[in-house]
Write a protein that binds this ligand. Structure first.
Ligand code: NAD
Ligand code: WQD
Length: 348
């Protein structure tokens, strides 16, 4: 069985953790990343953690010729496609950039895969494709809609994958819809390293805890939730990484069957199935880190929803995967990474 995997965006937050899990599961990896939102240092640290060098190609998923060379040089079983831009606010200001990078980039990648006859793909989708859900927990049949270009770019890619699988034989396409990834590798060597002031809650909290930011603004305390603050399904990034291994193992098993028929388009949620409020997360982080987290209540953030958490049943049934780590472990590992690396990968 072929076990070499192309990991686009493998230098990024989720990609770097997944590279470790893939290596531990016996997969060979080739990382392809343009480093637009990551650093070489992440690759160095992953290499140290797994005890061997990583094959790394600095390249853009929109570069047809380079992709062609990579697919000619290596015989891949499949691709895990993390590469993409992910800042919701920036996507509103720069929609063309987001559609170009996330949608055109994915089309270019799919064309290169088709040319090389590599038809197994795991794609980073997002719970954002569910918009404001009518029913909780959210299962994979829930209606999809998005209100910002980032979300729309994920939804558009899902539609493209769906149509490709419906009309072309042999494709096995698994969009994994992540809920809210947080946490870091337990070594404290790799983690989330936002370029600027963080947009997301967990890195904001951890930067307040470490003294880089003064105070957290909690966006809204009048939601119909347990304490009025937003509720999300936070999932530890190492659990998420294992979800990718489980998806690949599933593809290997299906493709290896005697009477093999392609899987087509198979979306799967990766979440814990549990909701935690913003205030509950702040309290847990404060306890685990022993730091006061100064906060104030502010107005709701435009585009936010009250509550969002997954039904994680499909991942358990099909992939035999479920999240194992608790909110406390998510906070502990985030805190270890943040306190050991107050400036992220910027070690200069
Ligand atoms: P990240 O920014 O840390 O990682 C993305 C990586 O892709 C970066 O290393 C970046 O340099 C690379 N990249 C971007 N555009 C590229 C291009 N054109 N060519 C080559 N490389 C490119 O983000 P992440 O949090 O690790 O997210 C990974 C994927 O998961 C993204 O597609 C993101 O949209 C999706 N996702 C993330 C979250 C989240 O909250 N972190 C939630 C749901 C989905
Ligand atoms: C969580 C909660 C905020 C920051 C986003 C994307 C989504 C996905 C994951 C990629 C909300 C509150 C936040 C702060 C706060 N990414 N909050 N103060 O909005 O659920 O999802 O990241 O696919 O597409 O939209 O995550 O961490 O930004 O917010 O009070 O400074 O924390 O209002 O209730 P979100 P988040």
């Amino acid at each position: 069985m072929k076990n070499k995997i192309l990991v686009t965006g493998g230098a990024g937050y989720i990609g770097s953790h997944t590279c470790i899990a893939l290596h531990q599961a016996g997969y060979d990896i080739v990382v392809y990343d343009n480093l637009s939102n990551s650093s070489r240092e992440a690759i160095n640290r992953v290499s140290t953690l797994i005890g061997q060098p990583i094959e790394f190609i600095e390249g853009d998923i929109r570069d047809t010729e380079l992709l062609r060379q990579v697919f000619t040089k290596h015989e891949f079983f499949g691709v895990i496609h993390f590469a993409g831009l992910k800042a919701v606010g920036e996507s509103v200001a720069k929609p063309l950039l987001y559609y170009n990078n996330n949608v055109s980039g994915t089309i270019t990648l799919l064309e290169a895969m088709a040319e090389a006859n590599v038809k197994n793909l795991v794609f980073s989708s997002s719970a954002t494709v569910y918009g404001d859900p009518e029913v909780l927990p959210i299962d994979e049949t829930s209606p999809r809609s998005c209100t910002n270009p980032y979300g729309q770019s994920k939804l558009t890619v899902e539609h493209i994958l769906e149509e490709l699988a419906a009309t072309n034989d042999g494709w096995n396409l698994i969009p994994l819809r992540y809920f809210n990834p947080v946490g870091a590798h337990p070594s404290g060597q790799i983690g989330e390293d936002p370029n600027d002031i963080p947009n997301n809650l967990m890195p904001y909290i951890s930067q307040v805890a470490v003294g880089k930011l003064e105070k957290l603004s909690i966006f809204g305390n009048d939601y119909p939730t347990v304490d009025g603050t937003g509720v999300r399904d936070f999932i530890h990034v190492t659990d998420l990484a294992q979800g990718h291994v489980a998806a690949l193992n599933y593809l290997q098993k299906q493709v290896g069957q005697d009477k093999y028929s392609s899987i087509g388009f198979l979306p799967i949620n990766l979440g814990t199935g549990k909701g935690t409020s913003v205030l509950e997360l702040v309290t847990a982080f404060s306890k685990v880190s022993g730091q006061d987290i100064l906060y104030q209540f502010d107005a709701r953030r435009a585009g936010d929803i009250a509550s969002c958490y997954a039904s994680a049943d499909k991942a358990k049934e099909l992939l035999g995967w479920e999240a194992k780590l608790s909110i406390n472990e998510m906070c502990q590992d985030t805190w270890r990474w943040q306190s050991m690396n107050p400036n992220g990968y910027n070690i200069a």
